[in-house]
Each structure stands twice: as structure tokens, then as C-alpha cells.
Design a protein around this ligand. Sequence first.
Ligand code: DCP
Ligand code: MG
Length: 402
Amino acid sequence: AVNDSEVTPFSVPSYACQRRSTLENHNAVLTDALSLLAEKAELSDEDGRGVAFRRAAAVLKALPSAVTKMSQLTGLPCLGEHSLRVIKDILENGASSEVESTKESERFKALKVLTGIFGVGSKTADRWIREGIHNLQQLRDSGQTLNRAQQAGLEHYDDIKQPVSLAEAEAIRGIVGKAVASVSSEAQIVLTGGFRRGKLTGHDVDFLITHPEEGSEVGLMPKLVSWLESRGLLLYQKTTRNSYLECSEGPGRPPSNIDRFERCLSIFKLSAGQTGSGVQSEETAASPSATERQWRAVRVDLVVSPISQFAFALLGWTGSKLFERELRRWAGHEKGMSLSSHALYDSKQVNGSKGSASAMEEKRSKLISCHVLQGRYIRASSEEEIFAHLGLEFIPPTERNA
Ligand code: DCP
Ligand code: MG
């Protein structure tokens, strides 16, 4: 068998959404290296390069055993020159010089720390670095104006950087589930994101909420947030309303990839009693108050979807991010369709309704073509149906860890 794997090159389909990617990874050393380079690219506003490294890492994650020789990679998709150079370096020298020097780089370290603050993106972090701010203390001392999200992010930095455990996610699921049930007897809540894919830890907890009767989901979010806030469970929250029908998706224009659901980004206050364990902080010595503290801060995202879009929202919010990206690329490049977290749209069908309709009429006809009639918007009430429409074999959530 060892000989076989040395002479037989691996074979993997090109799109991540055609593959079953479990959490089992036989090439973690290689994929960690490529993921770090992806992260560096993303933090430097080089998204194309970032995606290339993410795709290369995903191909290696899908292999049935560890790569030991470059010849095994012959014919594999998505492995560009740069990724192959990194892999070769690691196989031959035990490490990649580019990865090692990135890890040591002051700029990379500063970008990681600063973007680790909730509410801080790579552009803000880059500006601060140019002003000489490289760490949290320098940021605090700088007198920079922080928005409400960034203030909360800085305040709860140590908690938020600690991974969220499955037990904590389930505890929060219990609390948010109770909140949902008390504001609406029929509303449904699902745990999405990494935990739905079977991960045991995450950087946050993602929930999708819907109501079996179309339209009855309207108003749920504010009630839910009030319920949680009145019990002191939210350290921070910002709700963005649904803007799906207001934006750019006019007739003749496919839905965009950014979703427009009503969404609440929050920092949850989770009591130790609710998970049956104390606060596990690495930095109890540095922050003595943490030893006394009986709660921790956890990032929680709440999303509300109308039932007609629920299957798309569930698929879109389950991830992984690369799996989602690959589904959309497959839809567009291989099927002439456009997939978003709201809908699947067949770009090949002709639409006659392009004209000088009033804004109101246009909005109404958009609503009809999206959600009521079978137009070029393809209906689906389950993830299975969406995969079928896309001509893909169904991949369950636990195998979407690309
Ligand atoms: N997502 C999205 N649009 C956004 C944010 C996220 O479509 N603006 C999707 C893709 C992600 C999923 O939702 O896979 C959840 O987002 P996370 O960033 O929480 O990713 P994960 O849950 O996969 O990772 P983690 O386990 O670190 O939380
Ligand atoms: Mg998540």
C-alpha cells in the first residue's frame, strides 16, 4: 500500500462542492502552511491570491492520506506554481521559508492582533499600523476614535479570541431557543456555521431563524433582541434590517453574493452556570478579575430568513466559506445559474419584463418573480433540492469542511 501511494497520483474533482471534505485531514502541516499564506493575502487585500491558497489547501484536505512525494500531486486541480513551491519546501526541508518569515513578520503579527478585535477589518488595521499602532496597548494609548463595535471588541478581546466550545454553543442554543419560543410559538431556530458541520470549536455561534408562515418572520428579530437584552444577556448588539428587495437585484440582474437578511451581530454574555463550567481564561494571572468572573463573552450571529428562502439561507450559512464560494462558482461557470443565500436564479432563461416599470411596480414584480411564481428563480425547500438543481451530488453538512 505504501508503494502504491508513492506511485499512484491522487485524483480529486476540481470544485470543492463536488468533494466530500470531512474534518479528518491527513495533510494538516501542508494545509496549515497554505492557510497561513491565504490569511496573509486576505489581510493584505489580495483576495485573488487568498482564494488560490484556500483552494490549494482544500484539495490537500480532501486527499485520503498524507502526501510524501511531489509526484503524487501530478494532475491535481488548483495547485498553482506558488502553492507547489510551498509544498515542495515543506516536503524537502520540513518547513517553508515563506511561511516561517511571515510568522515572524511584525506587520503580519500586528495585522492578526488588530483584526482579531471584533469590528476591525484589514483596512482599519492597516491604517493604524501606518500610524505606528501594532498592539492593543498602543491602540488604547493612541486616542484613536473607536466605534461602538470596536470598543466592545477591545473590551472583550481575550474572551472573544478563545475558541467557543460545542458545550458553550449548545448552552447558547438553549437560551436563544427559549427566547425564540417565547416571542413566537411557531418560529424555528437552527444552529448553522461550523458547528452544523460537526466542528467541536468555533470563533462564534451562528443561528438561522425562520417562521413556517411566510411574512410572520417580520418583527421577530427586534422582539428576540429585546427579550435577550432585558435579561442582560447581550454585551453588544447591532441589528441590520433586511434589504433584499431594496438593493441591486432588479430584473435582468442576478442576485449578489452578499446576503441581505435581517441580521444581529452580537456579543453574548454566557454565565458559567449555563455550561456547567467556569471561565477558562489563559490569562487569569494578567487579569485577576477573570478568576472571580462567572461569565464569558461569546460572539453570536442571529439571522432571520423568510421560509421561502430558508433552504438557501441554511445552505449559505452552513459554510465552509470556501465550500460556499465553490458552489457559487460551480453554479455560474458550469450551470449558467446564480446562487446566493436568498435564491437560485437561472441566467439562461429569457426575461421579458425589462421595461420602464415604476419603482413600486418593479419592486412588486421582483417579489412575485422571486417568491411566488416559477420564473427564472428556481424554488427549493431543502438543501437536497438545491444540490439537485445544480446537478451536484448531495453533500451533507459534515462533509462541507473544505
Ligand atoms: N457567511 C455568509 N456571509 C457572511 C458571513 C458568513 O454567507 N457575511 C457564511 C459562510 C460561513 C458561515 O456563514 O461558512 C458562518 O460564518 P463564520 O464566519 O462563522 O464561519 P464558520 O462558522 O464556518 O467558522 P467558525 O467555526 O470559525 O465560526
Ligand atoms: Mg461560525
